[in-house]
Design a protein around this ligand. Structure first.
Ligand SMILES: [Zn+2]
Length: 198
């Protein structure tokens, strides 16, 4: 059936979902009631209409006609600190730990050492421009503790050093185990990783 195939192809684009899992999701949708499918379809449309990327940090938020998200527009946040994360969901974990009062920047992806494919979605230029034009004095790297995460931080750090050499760069303390994703770290781990950044 054409729709089944098309839907399977679309779902296979989701992060962490391969063709086999995509087929299972489609099977699940077929066996769910029509009310469930209609609600899902409606919410997919609505979320696209209400959430847009913040012009400063690129986090998706309900901007309510503004260009800037609730974190970037919050006067009480510490504007010297800029934490660089890979994706929106990483911010949620760090916010709920309550340990961080600075600003964020969502990079959008990681650079890979072998293929430059992912470089297209990594907002390297935007990050460097942001640091140049703002009062950032410390950049905190909160990327996955994987070879790609380390490589991405190293490569972008080199560029930051050439445009704004007085910026301090720190990495979250490695209370986070190797291979850890910020997304899955608990609040206590994030609090101590932030305290032990170096
Ligand atoms: Zn923002």
């Amino acid at each position: 059936m054409r729709q089944v195939n098309e839907l399977t192809d679309l779902i296979a684009h989701f992060p962490g979902i391969g063709p086999r899992q995509a087929r299972r999701v489609v099977q699940f949708l077929l066996s769910s009631g029509s009310a469930f499918r209609e609600k899902l379809a409606r919410l997919i449309i609505e979320v696209g209409q209400s959430a847009s990327p913040c012009a400063i940090c690129w986090r998706f938020d309900d901007l309510r006609g503004n260009k800037i998200c609730s974190i970037c527009s919050n006067e009480s946040r510490d504007r010297d600190l800029l934490m660089v994360v890979e994706k929106d969901i990483d911010i949620e974990g760090i916010e709920s730990s309550g340990a961080y009062r600075g600003l964020y920047f969502v990079l959008g992806g990681l650079m890979t050492m072998t293929e430059r494919k992912s470089a297209r979605i990594v907002r390297t230029r935007e990050l460097i421009t942001h640091i140049q034009n703002n009062e950032t004095s410390e950049v905190i790297w909160a990327l996955s503790t994987t070879p790609e995460g380390d490589y991405t931080a190293r490569e972008i750090m080199k560029e930051i050093n050439t445009v704004k050499p007085n910026v301090t760069t720190t990495l979250l303390g490695r209370g986070l185990s190797v291979g850890a994703e910020i997304e899955y770290a608990d609040s206590e781990t994030l609090r101590s990783a932030l305290k032990n950044r170096a």
